[in-house]
Structure formats: structure tokens, C-alpha cells
Ligand binder design. Structure first.
Ligand code: C2O
Ligand code: CU
Ligand code: CU
Length: 500
């Protein structure tokens, strides 16, 4: 029983204007290309959602057709609105012709509903997930998570996670609860509360998605899907029109492998209000916010005195990246500043939010004394040569870690490699205790489900394992650079009930 859907697209996704294929110069803008309004993914408000994974096409480049995949459409998918405390049912139909899954990234749910590698959906099949919504208000997302056999060629396998996300299969989930209801934040979806799904792509001359460079040599070239065509909500060089007021941007880095260092072209201060899994204690003023693959940040931007002006949402990767992406793995945009989205400020809309709140919510810091293993944290070593975790490649028949229901644990993630890895844990949000022994910055002192672990860094996180146990169906932990995940930088854990 689906409730009515609410279409709030700023423009029809069918009428996307041609884009400039010449993106070789990061600062180049072609005045002959008509600006495309930023499309806003359709918002679905329901207790039962029907999602169809299907093939489609898009014209990303002028007069060129790109075969794509999407949920209920050609590329990306609708934004799902969930309400904490309610029950949700998600029906996913696989019409993409190959095996896949759909994972609810960041959601706290039974392992068998997680949509990971153990819940494959065969071509033509319908898979149903249902669970109570227990998460805090925040921005989550969904994407395929199928595990292709690890080995030569896995990165080219059309059933691998990296392949399917790159084709366009991803969408946003917004959870609202009593806390978010009570806050004086912008909340009109598509008007002053804007989803921004950030992705980079590259294309063949004929318009097809180019997964790896034409002369790609797996032995010597970085096996990462990165490109110089930057899409926001599936469109390159789009324009977002906002009112002269406080606007909330929900930024999701849905790229396979790219790290962004977000800011604005005028270097203005903005305020981060939420991290992956919930609100921060108070808005944190920032002029840059780095997001690794799969991380989210909700930010407030005050455009109150900007009516009649335009500015750019930009990634300031210039000078950032030797520390995160070492030179052999860099491309042009790992060391360049480049624009993602033009923001055009018009008159304030009705009932605008005009101030940044002083505080948001209480975030109870999980006391590390609550952990059952404080003196001997569970170790996770991130290995890049060959890719793995704790010296092991993902083996779908091996459970790597067993945790007792009700326990709180400290996990210690070490990165002896020369590149940064975004470490993601399924099942529920965690908190970051320390980075190299020191507390993380204020905007990381909230709920997270992905943490970027820098080269040579040691990160300690604390996580509670509550509500669900299942000794056969595992959850995953992995690097969220999807090509790393696909080649085996992933492992499995179960929660067991009862004494051990
Ligand atoms: Cu975003 Cu294991 O996934
Ligand atoms: Cu996940
Ligand atoms: Cu990695």
C-alpha cells in the first residue's frame, strides 16, 4: 500500500539540457551551454516503497547517449523519507538483467534485511526488506552491494558493486524524528533543504560510461573509477536557485573513489549540523569540509545578504592530496580546485529560516569504560598490497569477527598503507574516540558510519551492538572505495546472542 508520491523536481529529468563534454580544464565554463537547473530527485513518502532497478539512458554529453541504470528511472533513484519509530517495507525488483543487491547504507536493521552480499536479487526477482526505523534523523543512502567472485577481472564484472554504482544505481534516504521536527532548520525538500549527490564520471567518445581508461593496464594503472566529469544529482554544471535565506545542503559523496574538499568560491563560512548518523551538538563553523566516498554532511549556508549574486560550490583539492592520494594514484582533479554546482541567489521564499541555531541536540558520548575490550581493542589493519583487512581478502564463506549482543566494543583501525581508506561498518552508527591518540575535530564528534583513515593513522571508534543478533547472516566492514571493496578489502561480522 503505497502512499501518494510527491513530485518536487526542479525540472523534469527528461528535459536535461546537453552538457559540455570538454571538461579538460577544471575552470573552463562554456558560455554557449544553457545552464541546467539542478534536478531534485523525486521524494517518496510512504511506509511501503517499490523500487525497480532498471536500465535507461541519459544525455550527459551533447548529442550522445549514455546507457545507464537507475532506481525507478534512468539514473540514480528517488529520495526515500523514513520516520523514526515507524515500520518500513522496501520492495526491490531487479530488472537490470544481472545479479545485484540493494543495501540501506547506515541503517540499523537485522542483518538479513541489510541488502549486502548475502541478500542477492536474481534477474527478474523481487526482494523485500522490512524493519522498524530505529535511526536518528540524518541523511543515509542506498546502493547495490553485490559481491562478485574476487579474482582477476572482478573490477570489470558487471555484478560488482563498483560497476553497478558507477552505472547510476544509488539514492538518498532521509530520516526524520522528533528531534529534527523540533529544530528551527530549513526542511522544505528541494526548496531550502537540498539533496546534493556528488559523483565523478568519465565517458567514451560515443557517450558510454568509461569505467577505466582506454589503455588501462591493470598491472600498473590505478584501478579506480574516477573522472573529470562532475555530476550533482546526475547533472554536470547545474545551477541551483535558492532564496536569500539559510539553506540546508545534504551532501552525499556517492563517488566510487574520489575524495572532495568542499567549500564555496568566496571562501565563506558555513555550518555543519549533521554527520553520517545524526545531528552534532551544535552547528560547527567551517570553510572546508572534506568528504570521502559514502560520507555525508548536512550544512547550513546563510545566503541572507546574497540576493542577486551567484557563487560556486567547489572542491578545493588543490594542495590537499599528497597526504591522502599519493602521486602514483593521483589524477588531475586530485590536486586541482574545480566547480561542482553554481548557486544563484534570488528573493527569499515564504517563511525563510534566517538564523543559524546556537545549539542542536545532545549527543551522548559513549563512555569508553562501557567497552568490554577497552584494553585490547579489536584490530583492523587496512592492507593495500594486496588489498585486504588484517591480511585477509573478503571470503563470503568466512565470518571474520563474532560479537556478543549487547556489548560495546572499541575497534582500532590502523592504516599502514600510503593512501587514505574510508572505513565503513554496517549495522549501526559508531563514534570516533581518537585519531592518533587525540580527540577528532568537533564536526566528527557525532554519529558516523564511515571514517576516513589517513596513511599511517590509527583511529579508534566505539560502537554498541544492540537489538539484533543472527549467527548466520553477517554484516560487513570494508573500505568504501568501491574498487578496493570489490577486490577484497572487506570482511564479515556476526552478532551472537547469549554467553560466549
Ligand atoms: Cu555503502 Cu557496505 O556500504
Ligand atoms: Cu553500508
Ligand atoms: Cu581503500
Amino acid at each position: 500500500m503505497a502512499l501518494p508520491t510527491i513530485g518536487l523536481s526542479a525540472c523534469s529529468e527528461d528535459s536535461v539540457a546537453p552538457l559540455d563534454p570538454d571538461n579538460s580544464d577544471p575552470t573552463d565554463t562554456d558560455p554557449t551551454v544553457a545552464p541546467t537547473p539542478l534536478p531534485i530527485p523525486e521524494m517518496l513518502v510512504a511506509s511501503t516503497f517499490n523500487l525497480e532497478m532498471r536500465p535507461g539512458t541519459r544525455e550527459f554529453l551533447t548529442d550522445k547517449t549514455t546507457p545507464t541504470k537507475g532506481y525507478n528511472g534512468d539514473y540514480l533513484g528517488p529520495t526515500l523519507f523514513l520516520r523514526t519509530g515507524s515500520a518500513v517495507t522496501l520492495n526491490v525488483t531487479n530488472n537490470i538483467g544481472v545479479n545485484t543487491t540493494t543495501h540501506w547504507h547506515g541503517m540499523h536493521l537485522p542483518a538479513v534485511m541489510d541488502g549486502g552480499p548475502h541478500q542477492p536479487i536474481a534477474p527478474g526477482a523481487l526482494w523485500t526488506a522490512s524493519f522498524p526505523v530505529l535511526n536518528r534523523a540524518s541523511t543515509y543512502w542506498y546502493h547495490p552491494h553485490h559481491h562478485a567472485p574476487v579474482g582477476q577481472g572482478v573490477i570489470f564484472d558487471p555484478t560488482s558493486t563498483g560497476y553497478q554504482v558507477y552505472e547510476g544505481l544509488a539514492g538518498m534516504i532521509i530520516v526524520e524524528d522528533d528531534v529534527s521536527d523540533a529544530l528551527p532548520l530549513p526542511r522544505t525538500y528541494g526548496v531550502d533543504d537540498i539533496p546534493l549527490i556528488i559523483q565523478d564520471r568519465r565517458f567514451h567518445d560515443d557517450g558510454a560510461l568509461l569505467h577505466f581508461p582506454t589503455n588501462f593496464n591493470p598491472a600498473t594503472d590505478p584501478a579506480l573509477r574516477k573522472g573529470g566529469n562532475f555530476l550533482v544529482n546526475g547533472v554536470e554544471a547545474a545551477v541551483l536557485e535558492v532564496g536569500a535565506q539559510v539553506v540546508r545542503l545534504r551532501i552525499l559523496n556517492a563517488s566510487n573513489a574520489r575524495i572532495y574538499n568542499f567549500g564555496f568560491s568566496d571562501n565563506r563560512t558555513f555550518h555543519q549540523v549533521a554527520s553520517d548518523g545524526g545531528f552534532l551538538r551544535a552547528p560547527v563553523p567551517l570553510s572546508r569540509r572534506m568528504l570521502a566516498p559514502a560520507e555525508r554532511a548536512e550544512i547550513l549556508v546563510d545566503f541572507g545578504s546574497d540576493q542577486g549574486t551567484t557563487l560556486m560550490l567547489r572542491s578545493f583539492n588543490g594542495g590537499m592530496s599528497n597526504s591522502l592520494v599519493p602521486p602514483p594514484l593521483q589524477d588531475t582533479w586530485d590536486t586541482a580546485d574545480f566547480d561542482l554546482l553554481e548557486i544563484s541567489v534570488g528573493a527569499a521564499r515564504s517563511n525563510p529560516v534566517t538564523t543559524i541555531p546556537a545549539g542542536l541536540t545532545t549527543v551522548e558520548a559513549i563512555p569508553d569504560s562501557e567497552a568490554v575490550n577497552l584494553g585490547s581493542a579489536r584490530p583492523f589493519e587496512l592492507n593495500a598490497n594486496p588489498f585486504g583487512i588484517n591480511g585477509l581478502r573478503m571470503n563470503i564463506n568466512v565470518i571474520n569477527e563474532t560479537i556478543r549482543l549487547g556489548d560495546t566494543e572499541v575497534w582500532e583501525i590502523t592504516n599502514p598503507s600510503t593512501q587514505a581508506h574510508p572505513f565503513h561498518v554496517h549495522g549501526d552508527s559508531f563514534q570516533i574516540l581518537t585519531r592518533d591518540g587525540f580527540p577528532p575535530p568537533e564536526n566528527e564528534l557525532g554519529w558516523k558510519d564511515v571514517v576516513l583513515v589517513r596513511p599511517r593513522e590509527t583511529v579508534r571508534i566505539v560502537k554498541r551492538f544492540l537489538d539484533y543478533s543472527d549467527s548466520t547472516n553477517p554484516y560487513m566492514f570494508h573500505c568504501h572505495i568501491l574498487e578496493h571493496e570489490d577486490v577484497g578489502m572487506m570482511g564479515q561480522w556476526v552478532v551472537e546472542a547469549g554467553a560466549q
